[in-house]
Design a protein around this ligand. Structure first.
Ligand code: FAD
Length: 419
């Protein structure tokens, strides 16, 4: 055990040998960042993330999972790992399980795991799931963020995790995975047409008009530049006619959300549109389940207008019925045009106190039949809601259809855009 403790773990990071950057040893760093990689993809991303933490001024040390040891001043353990073969560890993580059993951490550590994999394998992200479970069941570790699974280096899966990471740790790291897949329009001006507050909910419905011609569709993202020197923030778009409708939650300390929510009619915003192909309305689905909470309803409001063929089911989670008030007329229009029979509200502050995952669990027969017959499930809103929904859907598909949820995801039946 001591051989492992003292021999493993490189003393300084090569990545920080750059003269201008301070490097931290394993015993100086507060953030320990370990990665497990087979083909180098996860390692490359890990290096990018590592550099962005250094840029944020963090004392961080990066190493292979196999080199897991004690860390004198560490407060956080972050792990990015892929899975190899049938649910096993990648090349530089095969000793991690033993090391983890042998090594007793010096300090309590907050942890976060990102699991990389592909839904085309039966054991999608299994090693990451195992690592997360080992940390979860060890009393020295406290969860900082829920486990997130990233399919085929998907930018949108990782973006959701990064968004959670940034606000939990008060950082502003910006990393992209498949940047070649992403197309952004030029920064241009958009005029505010309406800015309505959903009272008691710190949420605004904001309608904007592009001042120049620009192509976009519901599910794309508006990248808003609020102040000089600030990274832009992104918001899910509903296309209503030729206008953009956003649902924005106002965060008390938030830079961009406060900026947007305080705008008045005729004010002008600088922004660009990011195409978000993996979250467009599917063209050939017989039925679509729209699962969302809070502001996550926004892109669906536009998709309801776009839709002319698929039967729609909507389950929305919010605090109370009045939170749904401003959205309701747009949803009712979809019911009037005959492609949606009804919608369900899961209200967390009134009556039965429900969340969207509870509604799905109650409808497990209907959900399994829908997935079995090719329905597409689209999820938009908070990462916590997404994780809870994925867990319920996975239970349903395993118990009723004898398949993991990743089978249906691989089939294109699960689309996600959470933050
Ligand atoms: C793909 C994607 C789509 C998105 N779509 C939407 C959308 O449709 N509507 C929408 O409102 N937002 C959406 N977001 C989130 C949005 O991009 C911003 O992160 C959010 O508005 C906060 O930005 P800010 O500048 O106001 O806060 P920041 O200045 O970034 O954060 C400052 C502080 O505000 C608080 N804060 C920020 N965000 C949260 C949060 N979510 N929960 C609790 N506290 C928080 C924290 O205290 C944080 O430290 C989306 C994000 C992604 C990645």
């Amino acid at each position: 055990m001591f051989g492992r403790l003292f021999n493993k773990g490189k003393e300084k990071n090569k990545e920080t040998s750059n003269k201008n950057q301070k490097s931290w040893s394993k015993d100086e760093a507060e953030y320990i960042f370990l990665h497990g990689s087979q083909t180098g993809g996860t390692e490359m991303l890990a290096k990018t993330f590592f550099k962005s933490l250094i840029k944020e001024g963090k004392k961080v040390f990066m190493d292979d999972l196999d080199s897991y040891t004690t860390y004198e001043k560490a407060t956080h353990l972050i792990i990015f790992t892929s899975t190899y073969g049938s649910g096993g560890p990648p090349a530089n993580a095969s000793d991690f399980e033993d090391a983890f059993e042998d090594v007793e951490p010096i300090n309590p550590l907050k942890f976060a795991v990102v699991a990389f994999g592909s839904t085309s394998f039966q054991d999608f992200c299994q090693f990451g799931v195992d690592v997360d479970g080992w940390l979860e069941s060890n009393t020295h570790f406290e969860r900082l963020l829920p486990l997130v699974k990233v399919n085929n280096q998907s930018d949108s899966d990782f973006r959701g995790w990064l968004s959670l990471w940034n606000r939990t740790s008060n950082m502003d790291t910006q990393i992209e995975l498949k940047s070649s897949n992403k197309r952004s329009s030029k920064i241009q001006e958009f005029t505010i047409l309406e800015n309505q507050e959903i009272s008691g909910d710190e949420t605004h419905l904001i309608k904007l008009k592009p001042t120049k011609d620009v192509n976009f569709q519901s599910g794309d993202l508006l990248s808003v530049h609020s102040e000089d020197g600030q990274q832009p923030r992104i918001y899910s778009i509903a296309k209503i006619g030729n206008d953009i409708l956003l649902s924005v939650r106002k965060h008390e300390q938030g830079i961009c959300s406060v900026y947007l929510c305080n705008l008045s009619k005729d004010d002008v915003v600088s922004a660009s549109i990011e195409q978000n192909k993996t979250f467009h309305l599917p063209v050939d689905a017989s039925s679509i389940w729209m699962i969302c909470n809070g502001t996550g309803l926004a892109p669906f409001l536009g998709m309801m207008e776009e839709n002319s063929t698929s039967k729609l089911n909507l389950i929305w989670g919010g605090r109370q019925e009045s939170s749904f008030g401003l959205y309701k007329p747009l949803v009712d229009k979809s019911i009037e045009n005959g492609l949606m029979e009804k919608y369900e509200l899961a209200l967390s502050r009134t009556g039965e106190k429900q969340y969207v995952q509870d509604v799905l669990a109650q409808k497990s027969d209907e959900v399994s039949k829908a997935l079995d017959s090719g329905s597409v499930f689209m999820i938009c809103g908070s990462m916590n809601m997404q994780n809870a929904v994925l867990e319920v859907l996975d239970e349903i598909t395993n118990s009723k259809l004898n398949q993991p949820l990743s089978f249906f995801q691989d089939n294109g039946q699960l689309l996600k855009d959470c933050y």
